[in-house]
Design a protein around this ligand. Structure first.
Ligand code: PEP
Length: 248
């Protein structure tokens, strides 16, 4: 059985005092959890969260990385830098990056490869907008986003990634995909992975993200191909985040 992963995405939220309290609250509620737990924090707080999470059950992640290794790329942060600050995970291709920063499928794929090469576990986000779902394009969109990444990976690379299915219309809106809707897309993602390598496909965790909360987590996480959650809003309250971890 795949071990579940619950990863918080703090987005552009937090401050030194608030982060300390949030991490303390999360850590004190985790007693040998039966799933993996991570928080993906803003860059300036990596050092703080590295020292606060070291030796705990909470792994550290970042929310983006550069596709470049180093050099004249003002404002960018490299995979090596993230590793130096104790990051294990990095979110890649979040819909907010794709929408507000124009990140293409190709760039997301290159970032995915850069993360793997540097020993980070990329959480690769895919998902359709509301217009795309209503136009019956969900499968095609998710497949296009997946294929750009898969074109750059062999089976050995495939087992080093996590995928997050995040329907854009469900992120931060309070609207959640029903467990059945989510499972349908997760199964399609698993099938696409299996077409590359069957054994690897069985190992890749596929998270659901999009208004996952304590009151809907259990049903979503009970689905066969939902291996955890990428949690935005609910990761900013220790009690809510812990309730989702418990459901996983
Ligand atoms: C996210 O940030 O990836 C996310 C799923 O946000 P929320 O849980 O707030 O919808």
């Amino acid at each position: 059985m795949r071990r579940k992963l619950v990863a918080g995405n703090w987005k552009m939220n937090g401050n030194l005092a608030g982060n300390a309290a949030l991490l303390e609250g999360i850590k004190s509620g985790l007693d040998n959890p039966r799933c993996d737990v991570a928080v993906c924090v803003p860059y300036p707080y990596l050092a703080q969260c590295q020292s606060a999470s070291t030796g705990s059950f909470v792994a550290l992640g970042a929310q983006d990385l550069s596709a470049q290794e180093s050099g004249a790329y003002t404002g960018e942060v490299s995979a090596t830098m993230l590793r130096e600050f104790g990051c294990h995970y990095v979110i890649v291709g979040h819909s907010e990056r794709r929408t507000y920063h124009g990140e293409s499928d190709e760039l997301v794929a290159r970032k995915t490869v850069r993360a793997i090469e540097s020993g980070l576990v990329p959480i690769v986000c895919v998902g359709e907008t509301l217009a795309e779902r209503e136009a019956g394009q969900t499968d095609a969109v998710v497949r296009r986003q997946m294929d750009a990444v898969l074109a750059k990976l062999d089976a050995a690379g495939l087992v080093k990634i996590v995928i997050a299915y995040e329907p854009v219309w469900a992120i931060g809106t309070g609207k959640t995909a029903t467990p059945e809707m989510a499972q349908e897309v997760h199964a399609a993602i698993r099938a696409r992975l299996a077409a590359v390598d069957r054994d690897a496909a069985a190992k890749v965790p596929i998270l659901y993200g999009g208004s996952m909360k304590p009151d809907n987590a259990k049903e979503l996480l009970a689905m066969a191909d939902i291996d955890g959650g990428l949690i935005g809003g609910a990761s900013l309250k220790a009690a809510d985040f812990l309730a989702i971890v418990k459901a996983a």
